[in-house]
Write a new protein. Structure first.
Lengths: 322, 322
């Protein structure tokens, strides 16, 4: 690494911890992955992070300006407290305090989706743009919004729960307790649910899709639906089409409400169905207000699964350098 | 007027021009109203504004710091150009340039709903709050959003088209060309449409509502629906209930996406049905994400039909004083 100014970026999820050194150009060095030992609890996981990060710092041979960490959960930004992280089973873990004391560097804690948005904004498909929306469609649906050059955080730092905008008041139930949320149509779990229900309703139409999942209804996932759709299976195509229509409706709502210059789409569902970005682009232009789409670009996310690490590290550089 | 620092606030609509002197406390003086002579064209209307405003300035006896004007249309904020104002029949009218040249004062031009949001933010129900949404439910539905202490404007200055978030992908057609928009359920025109359709479908159930509109189906308006609902008419209550459910769905989407501290409701439909703010408050708390509503207040707008004038004047003070 040639840059004199660098930070550590961490993406802490329920199954794995991703870590890298990130420089001011958003380049990653010494990226590594460590399993998240959820059962061992917060102290043990933090111990793992400290060990991995110290090791990485030694490899680089210099001291980082600090560390950024994205966590799948609700974050209190002032104290860097993880208020609630369901995948980790954490409540009120003072992550910033614990890690900065253990490492001796400043630490900034953010939400994982917000971190990925920072990544796309500063070094990905959003570079140089002050008004953008990132919508990540994976198992769940989440996002981040930059407006007027500011990352929106909201009153309790939860702004950007874009998967839980309602697109159909009589729609299917969502994991959040409400119904008709965008995520309940287009999240990976919802695509899988929809496919399983369709197979159960019409087993003969579902033969291909079921076989592609090894004949097990429970093994039908958003990935197997995307594979079957790519192979031309009509049922899988219908399921994907329903998700695409929902994403268009959600995107239209977001474009009308926020008027972004760029609408950036990422996540496993987007990566699994290559036509989706084009379909959403076309749908927005047909259905959103003309004035709100005059300068709009609809783009695929650029950093893929590096967005979180790059974003967390870049946020640290931004936070801890002048 | 005791304040040394004051501005002129103008609310330019398709039927009337409202003008007042506004001081730094958001107080209005010498408020007056002038009809908008749409047929006479932009130059004549601007002439009327200049005459009214000069007269007002003379009454005050001192020079304002400038003038703010809210226009029902799309505004290019850099040049203060009215790009498109359907109610006025204007396209590309350089309002800021024309008025500042005629008056010799600095002029700031904004959208009428944005002006009303400035009013509620600086001197109404949003005072002292840096994260809020104003949703105005009148004939149309529009709004403004303040996030992190900034009024959102977006890429083409159209942020805040909150009436055109989609709440039901199979919902009724909207004036914007799309279907299922919040406005197509809850705007005054949509409430009237829904009531007329319900009366046509079931004339006996519609007797009371039709009579309240003088027996003329075309004379059924959102106001007559609200009056009939207030009198306990079951059909009118069902129509209002449908609009209320739509507003809850829209509010849930907005609260989840923006995480405001305050959600402020104004406009004729809100004023006409006194239970609406409470119903929306309750609905948000039942259906939005708990984390997004932790600090949320749902409040009625405070400035009523003064919000536009006060907001436009206050924006001028904010823009043209240090």
């Amino acid at each position: 690494m040639t840059a004199e100014c660098w930070a550590i970026g961490v993406d802490l999820g329920g199954t794995k911890i991703e870590v890298a050194a990130v420089d001011s150009q958003g380049r990653q060095y010494h990226r590594l992955r460590h399993p998240t030992n959820v059962k061992a609890g917060p102290a043990a996981i933090q111990g793992d992070i400290v060990a991995v990060v110290r090791d990485l710092s030694e490899k680089v041979g210099s001291t980082p300006v600090g560390m950024g960490i994205g966590v799948a959960g609700q974050i209190d930004p002032d104290e860097g407290l993880v208020r609630f992280a369901p995948n980790l089973g954490w409540r009120d873990v003072p992550l910033q305090k614990d890690l900065s004391e253990a490492l001796g560097w400043p630490v900034v804690v953010t939400n994982d989706v917000r971190a990925a948005t920072w990544g796309e904004w500063l070094h990905g498909a959003g570079q140089g743009c002050g008004d953008l929306i990132c919508l990540f469609v994976g198992t769940g649906v989440g996002g981040g919004v930059v407006c007027g050059g500011n990352m929106l955080s909201g009153c309790n730092n939860t702004a950007g729960e874009l998967g839980h905008i309602v697109i159909h008041t009589e729609g299917p139930s969502c994991t959040c307790g409400n119904r008709g949320c965008l995520e309940a149509f287009a999240g990976g779990w919802a695509i899988a649910r929809q496919a399983r229900e369709a197979i159960s309703r019409d087993p003969s139409a579902g033969t291909y899709l079921l076989n592609s999942a090894g004949g097990q209804l429970d093994a039908v996932t958003a990935e197997s639906v995307a594979r079957s759709a790519n192979a031309g299976d009509p049922l899988a195509l219908r399921v994907i089409d329903r998700a695409a229509k929902a994403l268009i409706a959600g995107a239209v709502s977001l474009v009308n409400a926020f008027n972004p210059c760029r609408f950036i789409l990422g996540g496993g569902v987007v990566d699994g169905w290559p036509y989706l970005v084009g379909q959403i682009d076309q749908g927005i232009r047909q259905q959103a207000l003309a004035a709100a789409t005059r300068s709009l670009q609809v783009l695929p996310a650029k950093l893929k699964n590096s967005a979180g690490v790059v974003g967390a590290g870049s946020l640290a550089i931004r936070s801890f350098t002048k």
